[in-house]
Design a binder for this molecule. Structure first.
Ligand code: GLP
Length: 241
């Protein structure tokens, strides 16, 4: 697992945006696994700027998001569908038919998960998977557990995660307690993985990711088991502040 340590959030975001843009320039029909959360927001802003100055073209890009709350209406401003539209897709020329996000309003989540995995398999996996890391080490919404699923599934969110997500919702009862997420198989199908971590709050988890051992109780540590993973951290997340 390679690690790039940037001076601050801005620098981390710029480096990440260039890596994503270079992937798209190299292969205009790239399948890009997008993540949500606060961490990639700066990178998405930079990416939109790189599009508006003509550096990168999204017309061939196929997006494949990691996860979505369940149940949630797509037009709910807190859905990951809205997140992607508001923070990236509305600023670039991605084709709506090329956008893949689990459907948080489906009636049959089991079928939705199987279909979502099937679609990813038919695409041959993602070319580049962008990942944030939860405070408890989760990737996508794969929470720490003794056994982690390979397939996409409907999962219960850990208490820590519900608490962390509550900042986005007005009332505690609105905070979703379940989500549809790609499993470890879908995430690991990517040819390349870019992990973004920022802020002192992530320093403990970054330390665990680079501790020299792996555990399903720290899902992000499992990324050590494969090649092609680059972690971009700012100094604070790298424990240097
Ligand atoms: C959510 C998302 C994850 C994300 C995590 C971290 O749980 N499902 O994909 O990595 O939040 O979020 P943040 O970047 O806001 O710390």
């Amino acid at each position: 697992m390679d690690k790039i340590v940037c001076a601050n959030y801005e620098e981390m975001s710029a480096v990440a945006a260039y890596i994503i843009a270079e992937q798209i320039k190299r292969k205009p029909e790239s399948v890009v696994g997008f993540a949500t959360g606060s961490t990639p927001l700066g990178a998405y802003k930079r990416l939109a700027e790189l599009y508006s100055c003509g550096y990168v073209d999204f017309s061939g890009v196929i997006s494949f998001n990691l996860d979505e709350y369940y149940p949630i209406k797509r037009d709910n401003s807190r859905s990951y569908f809205s997140f992607m539209r508001e923070n990236l897709f509305k600023y670039v020329n991605i084709r709506p038919e090329n956008v893949n996000i689990p459907n948080g309003e489906c009636a049959d989540p089991e079928k939705e998960c199987a279909d979502y995995d099937g679609r990813l398999k038919r695409l041959g996996g993602t070319d580049l998977q962008i990942l944030g890391v939860g405070n408890n080490g989760h990737i996508g919404f794969n929470e720490p557990r003794e056994e982690l699923p390979l397939a996409a599934g409907l999962v219960d969110l850990a208490e820590d995660t519900v608490k962390a997500n509550s900042r986005f919702f007005e009332k505690p009862e609105d905070v979703p307690r379940r989500a549809i997420t790609l499993g470890l198989g879908g995430i690991f199908s990517s040819k390349r993985v870019l992990v973004l971590v920022s802020g002192a709050g992530k320093a403990e988890i970054v330390k665990k990711m680079f501790s020299g051992s792996v555990s399903a109780l720290v899902p992000a540590s499992l990324l050590n088991l494969r090649g092609g993973v680059t972690v971009i951290a700012d100094k604070a997340a790298d424990g240097r502040l």
